[in-house]
Design a protein around this ligand. Structure first.
Ligand code: HEM
Ligand SMILES: *[C@@H]1O[C@H](CO)[C@@H](O)[C@H](O)[C@H]1NC(C)=O
Ligand SMILES: *[C@@H]1O[C@H](CO)[C@@H](O)[C@H](O)[C@H]1NC(C)=O
Length: 322
């Protein structure tokens, strides 16, 4: 076993409450040589077979970290059917579980019981973004896997798409983020899709007096209604419609500025002065967006993590070890 890990485990057993072992980019260098590279290679091949998988894999890490921390809980199949997968924000839209299963299987063959599911999610999120030509960031490792998964917790910790700015700010602040980082992380919506069902209310039943959210640019609203007809719950449409092929860029922010954001949560970033100036800043600079996005992802990856002797290394990401 790695000596740093051993010291950390001994310390966390002796000194109760000091279970904060440091994550490190080289955490698996000696315990599983080639493991991190294998994750990168497998992610790249899955994304090159299906480019739409990249945004889905990025979203998986976000949904893992916001619900009881980055502990792989989003991957658990809860036998009672009340796990995170069954929550409002996940059911029917979260995908990529088979990609994680495949990677975990190959990692177990290479070095059994070493690389956690929580770390796989953190690596895959980065590798997926890189695989579509997006920004790169370092991924500190050493998270361990948790043992519970609750739909109720997911419902209260994942932001709904009709959130206003205050709701988003409160939630992200509770996870340790600034409003500036909230704006930065929302830029993930420069890639990926939404089900039409998610935006039906915004397009057709916004309020008792207004059918369509007046924050949407009228031309864009008409276009969204053509793509998502009233009652269509199954079509998927792009979140950033500025290019036909999903690309990693700062276009999301110009969409927000021009009333071309797909969700109310995205549009709400205009409704606060500081947030609006941050949107303007990121709309102007892809390099600032890329740098800050990477830093914010590293920070996200540290939310309420289990390290040292806490938790376990699951053998199968869908189930707690028996
Ligand atoms: C700020 C609050 C956020 C809200 C309200 C929100 C909400 C949503 C919703 C409703 C969807 C579409 C689900 C569907 O198919 O109907 C979605 C998709 C997506 N979200 Fe977010 N999200 C937020 C923040 C984030 C963050 C922080 C990330 C990652 C860092 C992220 C990454 C994604 C990605 C990549 C997709 C596309 C998924 C795919 O194509 O499979 N989102 N989001
Ligand atoms: C991404 O960053 C990591 C960590 O700094 C590095 O090891 C890796 O080679 C980079 N990947 C690419 C494609 O540049
Ligand atoms: C939703 O909007 C549609 C058309 O805009 C209308 O026919 C329907 O009655 C509305 N439903 C509710 C519950 O308001």
């Amino acid at each position: 076993m790695d000596s740093k890990l051993l010291i950390c485990i001994v310390l966390s057993i002796l000194v109760v409450g000091t279970a904060h072992c440091q994550l490190s980019e080289n955490f698996y260098t000696s315990s599983c040589p080639g493991g991190v590279a294998l994750v990168t290679q497998l992610t790249r091949s899955r994304v090159s077979a299906d480019r739409t998988m990249a945004p889905s894999l990025l979203r998986l890490h976000f949904h893992d970290c916001f619900v009881q921390g980055c502990d792989g809980s989003v991957l658990l199949d809860n036998p009672s059917g009340q796990g995170e997968k069954e929550s409002l924000g996940n059911k029917g839209t979260l995908r990529g579980f088979d990609v994680i299963d495949d990677i975990k299987k190959q990692l177990e063959a290479l070095c059994p019981g070493v690389i956690s599911c929580a770390d796989i999610l953190a690596l895959v999120a980065r590798d997926a973004v890189v695989a579509i030509g997006g920004t790169n960031w370092s991924v500190p490792l050493g998270r361990r896997d948790g043992s519970g998964s609750s739909a109720t917790l997911a419902n209260s910790n994942l932001p709904p798409p009709n959130s206003n700015f205050n709701a988003l700010s409160t939630l992200f602040t509770s996870k340790g983020f600034t409003n500036s980082e909230l704006v930065t992380l929302s830029g993930a919506h420069t890639v990926g899709v939404t089900l039409c069902s998610t935006i039906q209310p915004r397009l057709y039943n916004f309020s008792s007096t207004t059918a369509t959210d007046p924050a949407i640019d009228p031309t864009f609203a008409a276009s969204l209604k053509r793509q998502c007809a009233f009652g269509d719950t199954t079509t998927r449409i792009k979140l950033d419609q500025t290019t036909a092929l999903d690309t990693w860029d700062q276009n999301y922010y110009s969409n927000v500025l021009r009333g071309k954001a797909v969700f109310q949560s995205d549009a709400s970033l205009r409704s606060n002065g500081n947030s609006l100036s941050r949107v303007n800043q990121l709309a102007r600079s892809g390099s600032v967006f890329n740098r800050d996005f990477g830093n914010a992802m590293v920070k996200m990856g540290r939310i309420q993590i289990l390290t040292g002797a806490q938790g376990q290394i699951r053998k199968n990401c869908r189930a707690v070890n028996s």
